[in-house]
Design a binder for this molecule. Structure first.
Ligand SMILES: NC(=O)c1ccc[n+]([C@@H]2O[C@H](COP(=O)([O-])OP(=O)(O)OC[C@H]3O[C@@H](n4cnc5c(N)ncnc54)[C@H](O)[C@@H]3O)[C@@H](O)[C@H]2O)c1
Length: 287
């Protein structure tokens, strides 16, 4: 086993959004590394099936239906986990949804749902678990799933992109707070590139040509270029265990996005996408 991964062996991992995609992959990899895994998701059938699978392979898994958009549900999850296992070595705030549409056409309730899951779910996940992880006084890990999209901008995915920028900034500040208090909690921001999951198929948003076109483009892109959730997890988990802040599935692409963003900010240039990207997103249809 990877040397860094050995730091996780025997500990408890709590993974939100564990019912599918990257979260499912992380749960399987954490179990394979000898962790007891808590599978938190709104999709009970999926986490029950995953728990059964992990147990069949000799692992330990506890499925707990949890809606991360509800701070009290996260408190209840933390109570359940600490009552059951007594400690948490790894918390991955991973649950997230995509929402498509033009800003002014997305209903207020859909905006709020997106921000509640993608941003508040991460914040309240940390609030629910960090105090008891800190009290334990042992080395532990908190990782928040942002996106490579946190280093860029994308119309029609506005609510998603802004939420991922927020998760990145939150994680950076949280990292500094742990340093400030000299606590043994490592903080990571996970910035996945394309991973073939159900995220666009399940995406919310407006029911119009702009959203439908964008969803199809992104579904095809993930199907053609995305790695599997399990492949992503195999890359992500050792980086978290090694205490890396920036955790990437596609390091080269992450570097390019970061460099482009840095150039854009350094020049204070107006927001722009390359014409071919705009065309691939159906720019003509957005007029
Ligand atoms: N797939 C990609 O290419 C990609 C790229 C960058 C970032 N990400 C991020 O990775 C994370 C996982 O996404 P994925 O691609 O595996 O998507 P996915 O849709 O396959 O899995 C997301 C899981 O989250 C669960 N979920 C949704 N709402 C929830 C809620 N309120 N409470 C608890 N669980 C909830 C879903 O039931 C699902 O099982 C997300 O934060 C996403 O933004 C994905």
């Amino acid at each position: 086993m990877n040397e860094a991964l050995a730091k996780l062996t025997g500990g408890v991992a709590v993974i939100t959004g564990a019912g599918s995609g990257i979260g499912e992959g992380l749960a399987r990899e954490a179990a394979a590394a000898g962790m007891k895994v808590v599978l938190a998701d709104i999709a009970q059938d999926r986490i029950d099936a995953l728990a059964a699978d992990i147990k069949r392979d000799g692992g330990e898994a506890l499925p707990v239906v949890t809606d991360v958009s509800d701070p009290q549900a996260l408190e209840a999850l933390a109570d359940r986990v600490f009552d059951t296992f007594g400690s948490v070595r790894l918390l991955i705030n991973n649950a997230g949804i995509e929402t498509l549409g033009l800003t002014w056409e997305i209903p207020a309730a859909t905006w709020e749902k997106t921000l509640d899951i993608n941003i508040h779910g991460v914040i309240h996940g940390v609030r629910a678990f960090a105090p008891r992880m800190i009290d334990a006084g042992e080395q532990a890990f908190i990782a928040n799933t942002s996106s490579i999209g946190a280093l860029g901008i994308m119309p029609v995915q506005t609510s998603y992109i802004l939420s991922k920028h927020a998760v990145l900034a939150f994680s950076e500040c949280l990292y500094l707070e742990m340093q400030l208090k000299q606590l043994p909690i490592s903080v990571s921001a996970i910035l996945p590139g394309p991973v073939a999951t159900r995220i666009f198929t399940d995406s919310a948003g407006t029911d119009d040509e702009v959203s439908r076109f964008h969803r199809k483009v992104m579904e095809d892109m993930l199907a053609d270029n995305g790695m599997t959730g399990r492949e992503a997890a195999k890359i992500i988990l050792p980086q978290i265990a090694a205490g890396e802040f920036w955790v990437s599935t596609h390091p080269e692409m992450t570097g390019e996005y970061a460099a482009n963003r840095a150039r854009h900010l350094t020049a204070l240039s107006a927001p722009a996408l390359p014409p071919e990207v705009l065309a691939s997103l159906g720019a003509a249809n957005t007029n």
